[in-house]
Design a binder for this molecule. Structure first.
Ligand code: UTP
Length: 291
């Protein structure tokens, strides 16, 4: 049986996007016509996930409201005969079973995942970071499940990054198994380029086994004073195999200004109803600027 539960940590402060994220969660920022987190929830659903636990924190109420029913709004839309809008908002609340738990202090991604222990209750599970939108022919989590079925163990999604960017990611060291799959032999959080064991960076998708919780509990705060999931995975390597799946697709880090802009432009250009006008606007704007 595949993975049926997912954890989406959304308790981070989103400081890279300030002031945009001063009073709204970065996960709710618009990407074309949906909040970023909806892309990630839809990916989870496409991969067969049946229930999601969101690890929330201060100032994240908007996320809970978004996936909840809005009785007043639904009533208003119904009474005005706006049935398309009504079905659109109902679809969001009915998408999937969502549970919430609070991370009391943003102590890092590892600590956020630890809050899911009771919910996970001994099953393998997925972790999806809501600030990584991955667009590809097959959802990234589906690609990872294919790897997990063939190579039992845990799976992290990786992509190649330029050497000078290794200090922004968890970086793996691994032995190639087949093209696009590595058996991980080491993981380092945010190494300087000179110390990085490779240029294969972990992005925000993981398939984990419940043993990770004990490992996180024993993990001291690492880079930036945060409890790092990467460090807990490194500690588990002698006991549990970890595989890296180089996914096919494009990843947008919407927690970063440029990533958010790129996601909006690239995903709008894929929408037939928007692409024509947007292309024309972009080429006219480029001509005006470089005239
Ligand atoms: P990031 O480091 O990208 O998120 O964490 P951040 O801390 O919100 O962003 P900046 O660097 O301040 O701009 C990756 C993911 O882990 C979650 C974040 O919400 C994000 O989805 N996270 C991080 C938590 O849930 N809790 C934490 O303590 C830290």
């Amino acid at each position: 049986m595949g993975v049926r539960k997912a954890v989406i940590p959304v308790a981070g402060m989103g400081t890279r996007l300030l002031p945009l994220t001063k009073s709204q969660p970065k996960e709710m920022l618009p990407v074309v016509d949906k909040p970023a987190i909806q892309y990630v929830v839809e990916e989870a659903i496409d991969a067969g996930i049946q229930s999601v636990l969101m690890v929330t924190g201060r100032g994240k109420r908007a996320i809970e409201d978004y996936f909840d029913h809005s009785i007043e709004l639904e009533h208003e839309l119904e009474s005005h005969g706006k049935l398309d809008d009504l079905h659109a908002v109902q679809r969001i609340s009915n998408m999937i079973q969502v549970y919430y738990v609070r991370q009391k202090l943003p102590r890092g991604l590892g600590d956020a995942v630890l809050q899911a222990r009771a919910f996970i209750d001994g099953d393998p599970f997925a972790v999806l970071l809501a600030d990584d939108i991955i667009d590809g022919p097959t959802p990234c989590l589906v690609q990872m499940q294919q790897v997990a079925r063939r190579y039992p163990g845990m799976v992290v999604a990786v992509m190649e990054v330029p050497r000078e960017q290794t200090s922004s990611y968890g970086i793996i060291e691994g032995t190639a198994v087949v093209p696009g799959v590595w058996e991980v032999t080491g993981l380092v959080e945010k190494p300087e380029p000179a110390d990085a064991p490779s240029n294969l960076a972990i992005v925000g998708r993981y398939i984990l086994t419940p043993g990770i919780f004990d490992a996180i509990e024993q993990t001291e705060p690492g880079k930036n004073g945060e409890v790092q999931l990467t460090d807990a995975l490194q500690a588990m390597l002698p006991f549990k195999k970890v595989y890296a799946c180089e996914f096919k697709g494009t990843r947008y880090d919407i927690g970063d200004q440029m990533g958010l802009l790129k996601a909006n432009v690239a995903l709008a250009l894929k929408r037939p109803e928007l692409a024509g006008d947007l292309r024309q606007f972009l080429s006219e704007t480029l001509e005006t600027i470089f005239d």
